[in-house]
Ligand binder design. Structure first.
Ligand code: TYD
Ligand code: MG
Length: 457
């Protein structure tokens, strides 16, 4: 038996395969990550050609009928949005995230909602005992008898149980704990994770059962084990969030059934994860009023505009080289905007330290927050207070021009909804916006015009 097996070396960080051991992985440049694993030679692909009666003829695309109501809602609006409208039968979804961020909690809540709708759910945990799951479940609420639990890590057993009990939804709590007997390497290794996912994929596609897989994340922020995992599943969701903040963001990195731009915002309470229906209001909580160096900007996350406070602190540098830091946004972008302010607007920043922060700990990289960052820097540098009722958005170009951004209408509508009175926005958006009542629109073509507006106000 063993002589049929081949020894190969896998990088445990990225799944790079090599015939011999190497110190540094050529794929991801990580050191000392190769581990020996025995693999059986690949079987010939399903025994060659299928018999005539089993072969499929091509079908006309227009003849394929889909019904939207096939999707199963989880009754958690934020999660449905990220999934693209609910759970698709037969889909394989990977949920990644740091330890303790709330993956198990969220999935247990999904189980509760589905079981309430009389959907049969099987929760398989390889990490926690039944007692531990029960303790968590007690915090979350009451469950119907449609939810069954299983503590198991052997995939052959799991396969057999799924085939026998035919649940509609299955949760696998952590793919890194699952193993297959035929593979000699340890659970969590590349071959194990790959084989386990393969089996789960066959189950999902073959039986139409939707499977959620929990995956741990390495310190680099990838799902631990091979990157191949991401290629195999239909949807990859990542849980992000500051350890110290109570909110959590669920982001779709890959989605075969929906958009990948959508985010879901949650807050960790003592009764589990609570949806945050209005993230803007949540993010602006605690914004100081009447202080310089702070302005509200607007960034689109998927189809949803989110208002955030951008803070800047500009102060005299004590060293030859000024210090610059950016938290929650792109550092190089901040440097670029400061260079534009220096050269095109004539604000002396070369001997000043600058710290820029997106309040609330959210990460935003959309260029539409450029105008907000620039105004916050100017406001702090000149000690001008920008009124609380102002929102600014627009991309800033290298000549100091304020460029168009997408979906200006939605951004203005969000500002209006939250009671803001003035919006500073690119002149180019005037035509697409038309006449908007109930809010003052200040159109600017150059960054200088926006600065003039806040300094003379
Ligand atoms: P958990 O879902 O176990 O995280 P993961 O599966 O991603 O590792 O999250 C647990 C954390 O959330 C833990 O630190 C305790 C906290 N928590 C709450 O604050 N409230 C709750 O109702 C629950 C169930 C957990
Ligand atoms: Mg967990």
């Amino acid at each position: 038996m063993l002589k049929n097996k081949k020894i190969v070396y896998f990088c445990q960080e990225c799944g790079y395969e090599s015939a011999k051991w190497m110190g540094q992985c050529p794929g991801c440049k990580a050191w000392n990550t190769f581990v020996e694993e025995a693999v059986s030679p690949k079987k010939p692909a399903s025994g060659g050609m299928k018999p005539m009666e089993k072969r499929q003829d091509p079908v006309v695309l227009n003849d394929i009928r889909l019904s939207e109501d096939e999707r199963q809602t989880t009754k958690i609006g934020e999660l449905d949005r990220v999934l693209g409208g609910g759970i698709v039968p037969g889909s394989l979804v990977l949920v990644g995230g740091d330890p303790g961020i709330g993956k198990s909690t969220l999935l247990l809540q999904v189980c509760r909602n589905l079981a309430e709708k009389q959907v049969s759910v099987l929760y398989i945990s390889g990490e926690e005992s039944l007692r531990q799951i029960k303790l968590r479940a007690d915090r979350i609420g009451t469950f119907t008898d449609k939810l069954t639990l299983l503590c198991e890590t052997n995939l052959e057993v799991i396969r057999e149980i799924i085939q026998r009990r035919k649940p509609e939804v299955v949760i696998i709590d952590s793919i890194q704990t699952m193993f297959h007997e035929d593979i000699s390497s340890a659970p969590g290794s590349v071959s194990q994770v790959r084989e386990s996912t393969n089996i789960l994929m066959q189950l999902a596609k073959g039986m139409g059962v939707s499977i959620f897989i929990v995956g741990h994340v390495t310190k680099e922020g990838n799902v631990a084990g091979p990157r191949v995992l991401e290629h195999m599943v239909d949807t990859v969701l990542y849980f992000e969030g500051d350890r110290h903040a109570s909110y959590r963001i669920l982001r779709a990195v890959k989605n075969r059934f929906g958009s990948t731009n959508e985010i879901g915002v949650f807050e960790m309470r003592n009764t589990g994860l609570e949806e945050v229906k209005n993230p803007s209001e949540f993010m602006l909580n605690g914004k100081p009023s009447g202080s310089s160096g702070s302005v509200v900007a607007c960034s689109m996350e998927g189809t949803r505009p989110i208002l955030v406070e951008i803070q800047a602190l500009v102060c005299q540098s004590n060293f030859g080289i000024p210090r610059r830091t950016a938290v929650g946004t792109d550092f190089n972008r901040v440097n670029l905007l400061m260079a534009v302010l220096e050269k095109k607007v004539g604000i002396r920043l070369a001997s000043y330290d600058a710290y820029v922060n997106i309040a609330g700990g959210m990460k935003m990289t959309e260029p539409a927050i450029d105008l907000g960052i620039s105004l916050a820097v100017v406001s702090s540098c000149k000690d001008i207070v920008i009124p609380d009722s102002v929102v600014a958005f627009g991309e800033v170009g290298l000549s100091g021009e304020v460029r168009a951004v997408s979906m200006a209408g939605q951004r203005v509508a969000e500002a209006k909804k939250l009671g803001f009175e003035t919006v500073i926005l690119p002149e180019v958006c005037r035509k697409s916006l038309g006449d908007v009542k109930g809010i003052k629109l200040v159109y600017v073509s150059w960054i200088q015009e926006a600065i003039n507006y806040i300094t003379h106000k």
